[in-house]
Design a protein around this ligand. Structure first.
Ligand code: ADP
Ligand code: MG
Length: 612
């Protein structure tokens, strides 16, 4: 009795279709990748009903010859791989040779193709005829002559018509279309030299000109607002490179969906990359906001685990730490560079980049650059070129030391710091301090700025091993608390103490406060404690570090001068001097801007815009 049967081709193709074809978007991905492989410079994708009823992909690539038409639809028919050893090397797109066979087994597919004389290798005896060919549900038709432009067009109707269960799993037209758009967006961004056009039900949804530069592509896909606020990234460390663009801190997204990563030009979703990016943006964006990026990493194929499922977008790196560092450092550097040079001004970036040295596979910024950074502006610190700081934590430490005056072991002594010059213009609405530095007008929010300064101060003291900065109270406060509040205080006692509170349980549900953080001495101590406690209650479940950061931010916020308070000239000078010493002075700990700047040129442009 023969119970083992070979599966027939159609069944195999159905199974394969189940594996690689999730729906219209994955069919389109395969077709477009084939078009790219065929050397196309223009690819047009038209769909109806989110691709469920109709998909058309046309290209101007090299075309498929008469002899290859039927073969192309055979399983494992591929012109792209010679032996199984190649598989490890191939980190380009399709190499499985089964996409067309799979699609044709579950849809009505019509291929029209004409060889493109400009792209075919063999120039003699070029076939000038165009051919068309139909396969429906794996049933082959016959090849017929037709008229067409050079290149290839695939029309796919009624995807999953013979696999109703799979059809049922498709989402709404709109949902399927947004998957398509997402994929085409990624493909367009990783193929800047190719023009893409995508439409749904006759309406154009995406267009790129294929001009070849990232900025143009970002403009075409995401619009002017984002394109005008990007910072270019281009860096090589060891054998790894990273290139593309990130949004500045002015670009804030509600979702992660504009964090676009590519590895060797292939779209990927990967936690190491996401973390590297988001960590670098920490403190630059508001809470619950996400950055924008289009970043491509080039990594030798041997350092990537390729044994992952073909449709999985995730990827595994052999050395995750190196990859994380590459992303983190490059993004951080780009943010600092833009902040340092001001809006959109990249003319000195090369110079700044050159000041970076690479040591032990790690990016180590030279001290001179750092000092400028710390000072915020040139020449405010004396140069100390031979001292090298090892990483951004050191930079932070130096900043914090400068800020808090705790400079004993610091690499740059405090006395090398010189006051920097600015022109004080005035205060408006008892809230915004206006100053001029060179050709730039700065509008500093006194509350946000002070909050930021205090935040850094408390944080520095919090992270140091020194005694907390405490101000003892002459008369301790006695505070009645609820049961839950007592619990909360107990759970977070260490944090309270590290920021400078001296607290003690005092009988039932009562707390004695005998010391408070030095910065909040002038304030109503009971209320600052209670406010912090209330904030703590609202934090919910989160990491210890997050709680600490938010705790410190709350204290800073409560202790900072408020809008509407009148400051003396001396206080203003102090505020400005301290603010611009910070590594990233432009946002408060909650991510709101402390400062808005206007270049003279910008203001002039603004004026001209409204000229009659
Ligand atoms: P793979 O892309 O893995 O080789 P596919 O099933 O996607 O397998 O395609 C099979 C073959 O059909 C390709 O190797 C290629 O030779 C040919 N082909 C498919 N699409 C195109 C196209 N748009 N232009 C030229 N040739 C194509
Ligand atoms: Mg393919």
């Amino acid at each position: 009795m023969n119970t083992i049967k070979l599966l027939d081709d159609l069944t195999i193709n159905h199974i394969a279709a189940g594996e690689v074809l999730e729906g219209p978007s994955s069919a389109i991905k395969e077709l477009v990748e084939n078009s790219i492989d065929a050397g196309s410079t223009k690819i047009i994708i038209e769909v109806k009903n989110g691709g469920k009823s109709f998909i058309k992909v046309s290209d101007n690539g090299k075309g498929i010859s008469y002899d290859d038409i039927e073969i192309a639809f055979e399983r494992h028919a591929t012109s792209k791989i010679r032996s199984s050893q190649d598989i490890n090397k191939i980190y380009t797109m399709g190499f499985r040779g089964e996409a067309l066979a799979s699609i044709a087994s579950v849809a009505d597919v019509t291929l029209t193709s004409k060889l493109n004389p400009n792209l075919v290798d063999i120039t003699d005896e070029i076939d000038e005829k165009a051919y068309t060919y139909n396969i429906k549900g794996g049933v082959f038709g016959t090849i017929e002559e037709t008229n067409a432009n050079p290149g290839t067009t695939f029309v796919i109707k009624d995807l999953f018509f013979n696999t109703p269960v799979r059809y049922k799993f498709l989402k709404s037209d709109q949902a399927e279309f947004s998957k398509i758009k997402k994929i085409i967006t990624k493909i367009a961004l990783s193929n800047l030299g190719i023009s893409f056009k995508l439409s749904n039900n006759g309406k154009q949804e995406l267009y790129t000109s294929g001009k070849g530069d990232i900025k143009t592509a970002i403009y075409e896909i995401f619009g002017k607002e984002i394109a005008n606020n990007i910072i270019l990234v281009d860096r090589k460390v060891g054998g790894l490179t990273i290139a593309g663009a990130i949004g500045s801190s002015r670009v804030e997204e509600a979702y992660r969906n504009k964090e676009l990563f590519f590895v060797n030009n292939r779209p990927v979703e990967n936690e190491v990359l996401t973390q590297g990016l988001e960590q670098a943006f920490k403190g630059s964006l508001k809470q619950h906001k996400y950055p924008f990026c289009v970043l491509n990493l080039s990594i030798p194929a041997e350092q990537i685990d390729v044994n992952i499922h073909p449709i999985k977008k995730d990827i595994k790196f052999q050395n995750e730490k190196d990859v994380f560092d590459l992303v983190y450092q490059s993004v951080k550097e780009a943010l600092l560079r833009e902040e340092f040079l001001g809006q959109g001004e990249n003319r000195n970036s090369q110079e700044l980049m050159e000041q970076y040295v690479i040591q032990q596979e790690k990016i180590v910024p030279k001290a001179s650059f750092l000092q400028n950074r710390i000072a915020g502006f040139d020449n405010r610190l004396k140069k100390n070129d031979n001292k090298i700081l090892n990483n951004y934590d050191d930079i932070k430490a130096v900043n914090q030391n400068l800020m808090s005056g705790r400079n004993a072991d610091s690499i740059i002594a405090k006395d090398t710091y010189e006051k920097f010059e600015y022109k004080f213009i005035g205060v408006v609405f008892k809230t915004f301090i206006l100053i001029q530095i060179g050709d730039t007008l700065y509008m500093v929010d006194q509350h946000a700025a002070h909050e930021r300064i205090l935040y850094e101060q408390v944080k520095a003291s919090y992270n140091s091993n020194n005694e907390p900065d405490t101000q003892m109270l002459i008369v301790p406060s006695i505070l009645p608390l609820t049961r839950a509040e007592v619990e909360l205080v107990r759970d977070n006692k260490e944090i309270f103490e590290k920021v400078g509170f001296i607290i003690e349980e005092f009988g039932d549900n009562t707390l004695k406060i005998s010391g408070v953080p030095a910065i909040s001495y002038d304030l109503d101590n009971n209320s600052i404690f209670q406010d912090t406690l209330r904030e703590l209650e609202s934090f919910g479940r989160t990491t210890k570090q997050d709680v600490e950061n938010r705790f410190i931010a709350t204290i800073a916020c409560k202790a900072a001068v408020k809008a509407g308070m009148v400051l003396t000239k001396e206080e203003i000078d102090n505020l400005i001097q301290n603010l611009f010493k910070l590594p990233n002075p432009y946002t408060c700990p909650h991510g709101r801007p402390t400062t808005i700047k206007y270049e003279k040129e910008e203001l002039q442009k603004l004026m001209n815009k409204f000229k009659f």
